[in-house]
Design a protein around this ligand. Structure first.
Ligand SMILES: [Zn+2]
Ligand SMILES: [Zn+2]
Length: 445
């Protein structure tokens, strides 16, 4: 009787551990799951009245089976929902963890819900970056959001292009926070909204710069940003600066309102494995082309758009294209603020309610005619310099040299990274290109 009871308990605990091990392996950790399954298998086999030889055979088979299971990659993107709609955690898959040999910093990327406009805030271990600042009427909301994060300084402030739904709140950001360096798109704009931003910078003695193409700017020891489409000509969305944020093997691409034409121009300069894409132009069909999605292997797409907006953003065609490429798409009109966190190389995201627009943030003071004039001239000059490529406008980086572009194979250096005489360019200084024996391209230099 006693022996029967013990065997019964053994049997039960063996089966229980086997099952528990499988659940652990699938849901939490493969290694711990295998260990638990192994113990369960041993107990199960030992509690059976089998000849010794057969027991060993069964144990051997079980161990082989378990190690085979362990070789399969963990399910991708297991979403553990603790409170539906409010907070979700996504575990990066184990193959990705093995791949992530390059060190990744702990980073937060906030897609701030400002309706049908863009505002993205990035916190790294050392420096803060803000890309765009919504419409004019989003100023207070953005200031409130950044205050809630206890931010006092924005090291890099990026205006992707002068459209009001991107630069509207930038003047308020400049007035209310400390800014180190601001970057703007090539070309200029006569709009009052854009001028308010430039004047707010001027009032603090700051002049914006057009960044260099494909040139790294460090945010912390493992993290950097690079800009693309810095030579754009034309107007509106064509001018959009594209920002690539890289930390270890994690890559985030912020498209501004860049068009399909811009996508084509820059695609060969971009890495082809993107964790998060900030979808261009609020999900309109003018971008996020089939070719773009086919070339880039994207995990997550974020669309910044407003509820029932008059432009019908995002376009159903764009949503379909993203879906067909198995890209998990998150929208600010549905989720509110969307915050991605990279911690110990793992990517997770959560949502929070749209921030209130109540309050009275200090407004931009008129800097006076003399300062306005000086800075208009300075900005004008910085744009001209970039266009002629005589001396890039960026003052704080690469002060010593002009940047040129060299191909992977070939002997000419180019001023235009999209010059049709070249494929797969990389940026180097003019001095370096000359020292390495490159000669100027007849077409673009
Ligand atoms: Zn635009
Ligand atoms: Zn826009």
């Amino acid at each position: 009787m006693k022996e029967k009871l013990i065997r019964y308990i053994r049997n039960f605990s063996g089966y229980f551990l086997l099952l528990f091990g499988i659940i652990t392996a699938l849901g939490i950790s493969i290694l711990s799951g295998i260990l638990i399954m192994g113990v369960g298998a041993l107990i199960t086999v030992h509690s059976k009245k089998l000849p010794i030889k057969r027991k060993y055979k069964i144990i051997l088979c079980l161990l082989l089976f378990i190690s085979a299971v362990g070789l399969f990659p963990e399910n991708t993107d297991q979403v553990k929902t603790s409170d539906p709609g409010s907070s979700k955690t996504v575990n990066a898959n184990s193959t990705q963890n093995i791949k992530n040999k390059a060190k990744t910093s702990n980073i937060k990327i906030h897609f701030i819900d400002t309706g049908n406009s863009d505002c993205i805030f990035v916190q790294t271990e050392d420096k803060n970056l803000l890309i765009d600042a919504g419409d004019n009427d989003d100023e207070q909301r953005i200031v409130n959001y950044l205050n809630e994060q206890k931010i006092t300084k924005i090291n890099y402030l990026v205006s992707t292009h002068p459209d009001a739904d991107h630069c509207g709140g930038l003047d308020a950001v400049v007035t209310n926070f400390n800014i180190d360096q601001s970057y703007v798109a090539n070309g200029s704009s006569e709009s009052k909204t854009y001028r308010d931003f430039i004047y707010a910078l001027a009032a603090k003695g700051l002049t914006p710069a057009v960044p260099l193409e494909d040139t790294a700017i460090s945010l912390d020891q493992n993290t950097q940003i690079k800009f693309y489409n810095t030579h754009a000509t034309g107007e509106g969305n064509e001018l959009s600066l594209v920002t690539l944020l890289e930390s270890g093997d994690h890559k985030m691409l912020f498209m501004g309102d860049a068009t399909e034409k811009v996508e084509k121009n820059i695609i060969n300069l971009l890495p082809h494995d993107i964790d998060i894409l900030k979808v261009s132009h609020h999900g309109s069909k003018s971008a996020t082309s089939e070719q773009f999605l086919k070339t880039l292997n994207i995990d997550y797409a974020v669309i910044e758009c407003g509820k029932n907006n008059k432009y019908n953003h995002p376009d159903q065609q764009t949503l379909d294209r993203l879906k067909n490429h198995d890209i998990k798409t998150l929208r600010t009109d549905e989720k509110g603020n969307i915050t991605f966190t990279i911690k110990n190389s793992k990517l997770s995201y959560k949502f929070s309610e749209t921030t209130s627009d109540k309050g009275s943030a200090p407004v931009t003071k008129d800097p006076g005619d003399e300062i306005k004039k000086q800075h208009e001239e300075a900005v004008q000059q910085s744009h001209q310099e970039t266009q002629t490529q005589a001396e890039p406008a960026q003052q704080t980086h690469q002060q010593d040299s002009t940047t040129v572009y060299i191909p992977q194979t070939g002997s000419k250096y180019h001023s235009n990274p999209y010059c049709s005489n070249m494929k797969n360019s990389s940026a180097v200084s003019l001095t370096e290109a000359q020292n390495r024996g490159y000669e100027p391209c007849k077409k673009c230099y």
